[in-house]
Write a protein that binds this ligand. Structure first.
Ligand code: GLC
Length: 474
């Protein structure tokens, strides 16, 4: 099958969040399936263009129009691709040669250009994919421009649109339709929602299939509490809205091979994890102690549950435990957490940075991983934590509900600890249950660690599910 993936980020080229991880692993996994040819399209951002490790060659150059604007497109191809997996970068220095990826006054125009330039590139090089799979609002106009302007040249293409986070929809004022999009007036309704131009809404209406990154989030998106204004539109797609839970790259995230760990370990030999814990305590200036070590690697944003964490943090630290947090974010949370940390230097280490080696050491050295997100389309860190034998405590919503089944100490089934309503006391209650089991029956706790480490979080199953969906469209 010929599959094109269109997205605004993909590791290892460029990444700001989970989207970048997915766009690294999913195309690679699909390309491993016999008979598939996968092409990934990305903007040629400054950071990629001037990265000496990313070697590219110019394939073609031409222009596309956004109303009166005639814009240059340079189509570059990654030199390390192969027949099964090609990566293309769309060059236009005016739009993409900037520091950073998003957050500019003209983001709407930049990604309208990206959508159009991608389709034009496919036509230019005679790509003719059968499936065009777009991700999040930045590539959401692809299904629209395909139908409106490129259908005759890409007659077989069917479109899939995946929502990684409904919070970011790509909105612009109504004038954007005439000033930038340059579409026939019959498309105005499709592109408009609540009086604004809304990229994501347009894709939800127009893509042949809409997916999101867990089954529970696919259900939640039908309700106003989760859908940020799009619940009606999403619900109207009925069974054309599906959930496929993400995997993780089990080669990158492997405690048996992770070079950041002082000692590697596996489900068969957990000894190294104790060494990792001691090394982490030492590195962060925590007391060398047997107390359970709790951890979070997170953005300090309220939807990650930092508000309820702040609400319980003093009560939490009265208990015999240690806490490590790694991450940056909203200033009010940075200040609040840092000030608590200064009161409990032996027990609580607050690290206001993002450092992937430190993140690995935390996944490796901690006993319990906290993820109280208010909403979570899928979530990656709970999967990494479990893969490193660190037991999660999560709010049972979205992907957290699907991946962290509640542990039942009587049967030994389940993977972690959950709470059902978003409030600090229930969160603390779930932590207390985990602490009691940790202290109570060490043998049972070790069995839980092993079961979590052995669970299959690879991309094999999700890639197969995407293949089934693609096939259903052809
Ligand atoms: C977004 C979501 C996160 C998900 C990731 C990859 O970042 O917030 O839950 O895991 O996309 O799909």
């Amino acid at each position: 099958m010929k599959i094109a993936m269109v997205a605004s980020e993909a590791a290892p080229f460029i990444k700001t969040g989970g989207l970048g991880d997915v766009l690294q692993a999913l195309p690679a996994e699909l390309a491993r399936i016999k008979g598939n040819e996968v092409a990934l399209y990305l903007p040629y951002y400054k950071k990629i263009k001037y990265d000496p490790k990313v070697e590219t060659e110019l394939v073609s150059s031409f222009t596309v129009n956004l109303t009166w604007r005639q814009q240059y497109v340079g189509l570059f191809r990654w030199k390390n691709g192969n027949k099964n997996l090609q990566v293309y970068f769309l060059d236009n220095e005016y739009y993409f040669c900037r520091d950073g990826l998003y957050g500019f006054y003209d983001d709407g125009e930049r990604f309208a250009f990206f959508a159009k330039a991608t389709l034009a590139s496919m036509c230019r090089i005679g790509q003719r994919p059968e499936i065009i799979h777009c991700h999040d609002w930045q590539s959401a106009l692809v299904p629209i421009y395909l139908e409106a302007e490129y259908r005759d040249r890409l007659p077989e293409a069917r479109t899939v649109f995946t929502i990684h986070n409904v919070e970011y929809q790509g909105k612009a004022g109504p004038e954007f339709f005439n000033e930038v999009l340059g579409l026939d007036d019959l498309w105005r309704g499709v592109c408009t929602h609540d009086g604004c131009i809304n990229f994501m809404k347009a894709a939800v209406v127009k893509a042949d299939l809409v997916t999101t990154v867990s089954e529970t989030y696919a259900k939640e998106l039908r309700y106003p509490y989760f859908a940020h204004g799009l619940s009606g539109v999403l619900a109207s797609r009925g069974d054309k809205l599906r959930g496929i839970t993400n995997g993780i790259d089990v080669e990158t995230y492997d405690p048996a091979r992770d070079k950041a760990l002082v000692r590697n370990y596996s489900a068969d030999d957990l000894n190294g994890k104790q060494t990792c814990k001691q090394a982490l305590q030492w590195e962060l200036g925590l007391a060398q102690s047997d107390a359970p070590l709790l951890a979070m690697v997170t953005r300090l944003a309220s939807h990650k549950g930092i508000d309820i964490l702040c609400y319980i943090i003093r009560r939490l630290l009265e208990r015999d435990l240690q806490l490590v947090i790694v991450g940056t974010g909203e200033a009010k949370y940075e200040h609040a957490l840092q000030s608590v940390a200064s009161e409990f230097p032996q027990k609580f280490s607050m690290n206001l940075k993002f450092d992937s080696a430190l993140a690995s050491k935390v996944y490796g050295g901690a006993d319990i991983y906290l993820m109280p997100s208010k909403s979570e389309p899928c979530g990656l860190s709970q999967l990494i934590a479990m893969h490193y034998g660190t037991i999660p405590v999560v709010n049972a919503i979205g992907g957290l509900k699907d991946t962290v089944l509640p542990y039942d100490p009587t049967t030994g089934e389940g993977r972690g600890y959950t709470f059902q309503s978003y409030n600090g006391d229930d969160f603390l209650g779930a932590i207390d249950r985990a602490l009691a089991d940790y202290r109570g029956d060490r043998a049972a706790w070790q069995r839980l660690m092993k079961a979590d480490m052995e669970a299959d979080f690879s991309w094999k199953i999700p890639a197969q599910k995407y293949m089934e969906l693609y096939c259903s469209l052809l």
